[in-house]
Design a protein around this ligand. Sequence first.
Ligand code: MOS
Length: 712
Amino acid sequence: MNLNTSKGTGNPIDRVEGKLKVTGMAKYASEFKVKNLVYAQGINSTIAKGRITAIDTAEAEAQPGVLAVITYKNAERLAQYDKDLHPLSTTSIQPVLQSDQVHYYGEYVGLVVAETFEQAQYAARLVKYTYAQETPDIDFEASKGKAYTPTEQSDYSRGNVAEGLAEADVTLDETYVTPIEHHHPMELHAIIGSWNGGNVQAYASQQMIDNAATTIADTFQIDKKNVRVMSPYVGGGFGSKLAAKQHVILALMASKAINRPVQLTVSRNQMFTNTNLRQRNEQRIKIGAKSDGTLTALSHDTLSHTSTYEQYQEACGTVTKMLYKTPNNSVTHRLMPMNLQSPFAMRAPGEATGSFALESAMDEMAFKLNMDPIAFRIKNDTQVDPSNGKPFSSRLLNECLRLGAKEFGWENRPQKPASKSEGNWLVGYGVSAASRRAPYMKTSAKVILELKNDAVWATLQMDATDIGTGSYTILAQTVSEYLDIPVEQVDVELGDSEYPVTPGSGGSWGAASFANGARAACEQALKDLKDKAGETAATTTVALMKAAQLSTLEAEGTAEPDEEYKAHSVFSFGANFTEVWVDKDTGVFRIKRMLNVASCGKILNPKTAFGQIIGGCVMGAGMAIAERTEVEPNFGNFITRSFADYHVPVNLDMANIDVVYLPEEDKIANKMGIKGIGELGITSVAASIANAVFNATGKRMRDLPLTPEKIF
Ligand code: MOS
């Protein structure tokens, strides 16, 4: 059966761009054919703090093919931050090579441009820097004294946590630690940038086209109208490509200087230092409960680090504000400046890490109360978001937990830890609840209809991106549904700033926003056709085109959240179940199986949605069992600088993952009933694994990753 002959959303059709990808026809940022192209290589600092006292570029400049060596001495002056430590956003300017100061190990200190990639790489090694080095802040414990409240602070409280804890029969106070992690999408960050006398053109691997154009325009102080950003295919991002980073600015700066298009790729090695990271978090959770399991207090205090020049806070406490009913709640976030690069959003920023702390603590509490952890969560369910008093648009968390328990065989879980075994393996089951905001943002789209051979063909255009998530496919399905034409008759064109503006891919708002934008464009097209057709019995799109005597029609539409959306709290929910086997002698463990039950509105395409959830489960497992970027304690560089030493799960670790979707359409969330999936998938996965390890061994794991030597 050729699944792609179907119409509309809801069908598990193959990716419409799948063939282009597997045959190498889909072009990624660095693969576009651009005339007169030259190559650049960034140079990284080899100290973590200090200043550059001398630079010798002579040898590099004398090499064959070398066109320019750019350092802070000859770089053009760009827009500068008003002050140090400004809050970082996806449209922040990205000044680079503006001073002799070094803020972290690996910061860009130069760029070599040459006729070939190899010439640029070779010459980059010949530029000699002399530094006046200072002692960097690279020690987490020592930096704690400098902790401060961020400018855009997100502290929250209701009731009185101290009183709530005093009323409790059982209390808990524990700290959970997650290490520095890196994103590492398959496609490296890259750009082919052309200055073109001020008509900037950039093929760049970016998640948010419009924001990238803003960053470029603001950094160079030019009109955004003169900036075109194209990113038709993106080989993954995970948040690292939300903003245009310094390499984008470097390439354009070089292109302006030598008047040729410049290709710049951030190497895998440089992706550890030049494209952000997920910072280390220490999260302290306090819980109070009555002996029947009723929560009386819940607090969540997060300590993170940021760079010495920008503020980024991962809002780990977000989940704790809204997930459970408790009258007394408080959430704080504190930052400490360190000589490490700026952190930034990594898949489910806040929820992925926050849920590890909260859902581990809830499991600990259930154990202290001698309650089943599912029953404990259900006992404290709420249909109203306690952080703002708004009803949830829909909240099927209890249903996820109950259905998951049934499907997973939760009744086989030993109540007592370390009491179930298979040969030399201890067997344990873990559960966790997941919640992730399901944002929906203003989105525009254009649809072009053509009548050819008695059929209507449609082209959809929007600046949305497909970062591997399936945007092309769900948008083809959406247009097919609203115009009532087969999917094969729909072309989707994405990732170009000349197309209508969307919020881009991020924050799990892509599917809901893009699809509703496409819907709005189709509805506008049909309305225009009906207006032009006048009195007619025609109902199909083909008949309407004929009645209106049109061979082609263009229409634009915009979708945005309505009052009902704003009056509700809109979240996706889910439950994770994990079975682990732990070797009694060595602590080596295996994730035997995982089940994710997800409630995330209408599923536009079960196949691409499945990919999103299992991808999230694998990334959550990576967080739990493998990922950790280590800071070298003397120099402040990262010890983990390649995939040889930055570990991620492999197929053997992830033998068996199942996903179940609760049938749901959330019409309050948006007209099509869609809620986000991508970031729900990773949320609380790590806690379900840690909770399973506790159930297997009786050892509580509060410090990720859970490596065997920590278990016994
Ligand atoms: Mo996501 S961390 O907003 O790509």
